[in-house]
Design a protein around this ligand. Sequence first.
Ligand code: NAP
Length: 237
Amino acid sequence: MTKPNRPVVWVTGASGALGQAICNHLHGTGAQVVASGRTLETLPAVMNGLDRLRLDVTDRHAVESAARDILNRYGRIDAIVSCTTTPLFGDFLSLTDEDWDAVLNAKLLGSLRVARSVIPAMIRQQGGSIVFISGRGGTVPPPRHLPGACANASLNVLAQGLATEYGQYGIRVNALAPGPIDSPRLEVMAKGVANASSALGGPGRPEDVAAAVAFLLSSEARHITGICLPVDGGRAR
Ligand SMILES: NC(=O)c1ccc[n+]([C@@H]2O[C@H](COP(=O)([O-])OP(=O)(O)OC[C@H]3O[C@@H](n4cnc5c(N)ncnc54)[C@H](OP(=O)(O)O)[C@@H]3O)[C@@H](O)[C@H]2O)c1
């Protein structure tokens, strides 16, 4: 077992635009990053301090086994950042049960499974930090993005509930809600799915989200738990 004396952070959805930026930023701060996603080739390159893991978060047993693997490899998991989603947009009357299931399974249940697989180790460690990437749609739901918006709202509530339950063990749980971020998703959202403007004039960058995640995970945020932090450039007029 390698026991790094740097924090061990597991990032899911690490092949996505935000997941990649979060991995890069956390690696730059000196963390040991474990980047997971369904396809190894699209994950950030392996290097000293950055490892990768193939994982489909819709598979409960695979998630539990991934958590065991990381714990066996590094001895602990200090933080999780959950960034998975299935980008699916459409008119409410044309979205099927299968569409809803795909989004809720990858985003809401995927995040929940990862947290559930690691919280027992965090209790033993008497500490840890979890960040669920939700989204502005959780409070301002675009009508053509309702599955994602409902998953976002649920993640915000999940963060509050877990924060209340596990604060006694030094575990902090927060949600982070990006607004439009310059990424492949924005191209889809800009096609009438959502308002991509902001008070600051335009979309943010993946690095803006990554910096806010790093803050929430850091000791600077040691008294912050159960919140949903918007990283959205503010509401447009
Ligand atoms: N970009 C934005 O403007 C924006 C705005 C608001 C909220 N958000 C939220 O921020 C998060 C990241 O967004 P993004 O723009 O980076 O999205 P993205 O580029 O579409 O990335 C989504 C990630 O989820 C992974 N994923 C999907 N299903 C999975 C599964 N079953 N198991 C494991 N991984 C799975 C994908 O990995 P593979 O396909 O490689 O497995 C991919 O890495 C999402 O929750 C999104 O809703 C983004």
